[in-house]
Structures are given as C-alpha cells and as structure tokens.
Design a binder for this molecule. Structure first.
Ligand code: FAD
Length: 420
C-alpha cells in the first residue's frame, strides 16, 4: 500500500476519548488537522483512563512477559494473594493470547519489545510535559520519582539485575534502606526494609481530571467532541464513513483509539489486533488518615499506591477475563485487606471500588500504525499498563506517521504488521 500524507486541514476522526484518544486529538490539532472525537461517554469516563493509578511509568522498559514467566505465572495462579487471575470459564479463549505472551519472553522477541518500550519510556515524561504545557496544565504533572518496595531481601536482590539493565539504558535509580523508606514513606508498614527510588518515575495529580482538562483545552482550540458510539466504519475512495446512531459521518481518515473496543474495528478492516482485557482493580480512599508524597510500587504484589486528588488510590492486579464480566467482589476484599497490611494506620470507612479493562497486547507494546488493508484507518491502542504514561509519546509518533515522517524505522516496532 503506498504511503500517503494527509495534508494539513484534513478531517480526522478519533474513535475513543480515553487518554490516548484525547492526547492524539491534541497532537493532531496542533499539526493543523480538523479533529472530531467520538465516544458515548464524556472524555476519560468510558475506560481505564478514568481511575488508573496515575503513574508515569517512565522506567518500565521491559514487557510483562519476562524470561521464565511461565513458571512465575503457574505459581501465581495457585496463590489467592498473587496479582495474576484467569477465571476458569474464560481460560480456554485466552490460550492464543497467552501463547503470544509467552513467545514475547523468548530470545529476540523480548529484546525487540524492550527496545520499543525503552523509546516510549525515554520520552514519556518530556512529551507529557510538553502536551500539558501547551494546554496550560503543567502543574498536573509531578516529577519526584517513584519508590519500589520489596517484601523480601531475596526478591530485592533478584531485582538488582533488572535495575542494572535499566541503568545501562539510561534510567537512573538508587537503592534505599529501611531508614530512608521510613523517612520517605512514613505511613508504610515497617516490615518494608528494601526499596529502590526510580528517578524517571512520576505521577499526575488525578488521571480523570487530566483527561477532562486536556479535552477542555483541545475543545477550546477547535477539536469537536461528539458523545456518540461508533458502530462501524467503511472506507470509500475519498473518505471513510463512521456509522453512528445519528447516521454516517464522513472524514478523510480515522484513528482507532477505543481501548478494548478497538478489536471490533480492526476485525472489520481485515486487521489482526490481539488486544485482551487485562482487568485491574483498585480502591480510592477518601480521608485515609495517611498521606503519600511519592507514588509507590509494591513490586512483589502487583499493587501500586498513589495519592491522587480524589484520595489515596491502591490497587493493580491482572485478571484476564471477558471485558463485560462483572467485577469480582472477592478481589476488592483481598485488596482492601492487603491495603490495611501495607498502611497500618489506614482508615477505609470512605472507599470507592473500581475495576477497569486495560487494553493489553501480548508483547506489552502499543500499536501505533496504519491499517494493513484499509488506507484511511490508523490505530493508536493496546497500551496495557502504560496508557497514561505513553499517551503523549504515542500521539507524537502517530502524528509523525500521518504527517508523513520519512523515518519509518522509528515506527516499525509499533506496527500492526508484527502480528501477522
Ligand atoms: C487498575 C489500573 C491501574 C492503571 N494504572 C496506570 C498507571 O498508573 N499509569 C499508566 O500509564 N497506565 C495505567 N493503567 C493503564 C491505563 O489506564 C490504560 O492503558 C489507558 O487508560 C488506556 O487508555 P485508552 O485511551 O487507550 O483506552 P480507554 O481508557 O479504554 O478509552 C477508550 C475509549 O474508547 C471508547 N470507545 C470504545 N468503543 C467505542 C465505540 N465503539 N465508539 C466510540 N467510542 C468507543 C470508550 O468509551 C473509552 O472512553 C492502569 C489501568 C488499570 C486498570
């Protein structure tokens, strides 16, 4: 398929007003395009962009599927407190996805995914900062680093090899001892005696406020938000038509940024996009009685904690299940119990419970790509654990692709072609 530039002023539709869709809208608008965003929900409210942990994970350079993952996964599946869950009724349908996931952990595939994630991590902070600065929202980004805490000396020592690799790739960190942990995180259980301060890490003040405010800024610059579901799309010779409840809408091109909902559009375009719903659970506690100055990662538990505007947010985990299944109430109970163990002074009397579908690809690398078969369709989706972190960098890469950047080698690692 010949490369084709979209000239300035072209009309581009975005399906999905999550953080990735809204960041894409901001970037495309700044590049001179007429942008319209479709979503049945208000910006940020339709998916996990609503209540994620708010971390800017700018040193997570490895895919989730690390060498030896199959043994770790088997161990986790037999432990009710471990972060990995695959309900039996959904297990069979997940086998092809997990096969690809496992393949990522092996040889050159792991290195390829690491290189792709390293690029996104390296630019994550600067690109978010620029995006927010342009919108007059730079105060929403906090860059004090983040603290990784280990339950045991053994897991801490085992993590050293990973931190050394990150350091070699330019992501600096520092080991911290019990005294420093007590100083930096006074509310934490004093059983945590080993940690790492990652300087590249950061957080936003509140993920939902961020999407809302970015959307407001984009709107004031001319981006149109239409609160409507897109039911399908079809390509004509000179345009693409989106089918909505209010009839067909014509645009020069469309960006699919619909989180787990992106799969249906890819299918209709003849593309294979293996996004699974990786469901995460968290609690947001108002008046928790403890304060956090830094975002925390409990590395052995698949749990993170962040002080956001709406409260102290604690959660994580990964449940691979159909996206329309109701949340598992037992997981909330387990995370509540674990939260109290992590923060002994925690007051949980005013707690909101939430579950969201991470749009996860088996190699943890998002798809930022033109469709293989449908000329006017592009994808920016599948960000899994890192949608907020990599939103601005993905939006920049997408723009470069659309504007017709010659250096396509930069985009290759994010191409949808890798799943052929
Ligand atoms: C518990 C948890 C914690 C997390 N913590 C972090 C974190 O700290 N840092 C981080 O970087 N990431 C984190 N994530 C991941 C992050 O939330 C996601 O990667 C990110 O929100 C994905 O954004 P998105 O815009 O691609 O998708 P979504 O947020 O799902 O947005 C997609 C939008 O598309 C819309 N849509 C779907 N179908 C259609 C349709 N047919 N027509 C129109 N619109 C449609 C939906 O309504 C939705 O609004 C976390 C996720 C979870 C679950």
């Amino acid at each position: 398929m010949p490369e084709q530039k979209l000239s300035s002023g072209a009309s581009i539709a975005i399906i999905g007003a999550g953080i990735v869709g809204v960041a894409s809208a901001c970037a495309l608008q700044r590049n001179g395009y007429e942008v319209t965003v479709y979503d049945p929900d208000p910006p940020g409210e339709g998916g996990p962009s609503r209540a994620n942990a708010g971390h800017v994970a700018a040193s997570d350079i490895h895919p989730l599927s690390t060498p030896g993952i199959q043994w770790k996964a088997l161990k986790m599946l037999t432990n009710p407190n471990a972060p990995l869950k695959i309900p039996v009724r959904d297990a069979l349908a997940q086998i092809p996805w997990f096969w690809r996931f496992w393949q990522t952990s092996r040889g050159s595939r792991f290195e390829t995914a690491t290189r792709a994630l390293s690029y996104l991590s390296r630019y994550a902070f600067n690109d978010i900062h620029k995006m927010l600065e342009f919108a007059g929202l730079s105060n929403m980004l906090v860059n004090k680093g983040g603290v990784f805490l280990y339950d045991t000396e053994q897991s801490f020592f085992a993590s050293r090899a990973v931190w050394a690799k990150k350091s070699a790739a330019g992501f600096e960190s520092e080991e911290i001892d019990a005294k420093r942990i007590a100083y930096d995180v006074p509310s934490i259980n004093d059983k945590f005696r080993h940690g790492v301060h990652s300087y590249g890490w950061g957080q936003v003040q509140d993920p939902l406020d961020l999407v809302r405010e970015l959307a407001r800024s984009a709107q004031s610059n001319g981006v149109v938000f239409i609160q409507n579901r897109v039911n399908g799309l079809s390509e004509g010779k000179h345009s693409v038509t989106l089918e909505t409840d209010e009839g067909g809408k014509l645009h020069d091109a469309v960006i699919v940024a619909a989180g787990v909902g992106s799969v249906q559009f890819a299918k209709s375009c003849g593309d294979f996009l293996p996004i699974a719903a990786e469901r995460g659970y968290n609690l947001t506690i108002q008046d928790p009685g403890v304060e956090l100055d830094l975002p925390l990662v409990f590395a052995d538990r698949g749990i993170v904690a962040t002080q956001v505007t709406s409260g102290l947010r604690i959660g994580g985990w990964a449940e691979y299940a159909r996206p329309d299944r109701p949340a598992n109430q037992n997981y909330y109970k387990s995370i509540a119990r674990i939260s109290q163990e992590l923060f002994p002074g925690l007051n949980m009397s005013n707690t909101n419970y939430w579950m969201g579908n991470r749009p996860s690809l088996p190699d943890s690398v998002p798809v930022i790509s033109r469709s293989r078969h449908t000329h006017r369709v592009y994808y920016n989706c599948g960000h899994g654990h890192y949608g907020l972190s990599f939103s601005a960098t993905s939006a920049r890469l997408l723009c470069e692709l659309i504007v017709g950047d010659r250096d396509l080698s930069k985009h290759r690692p994010y191409s949808i072609d890798r799943f052929i």
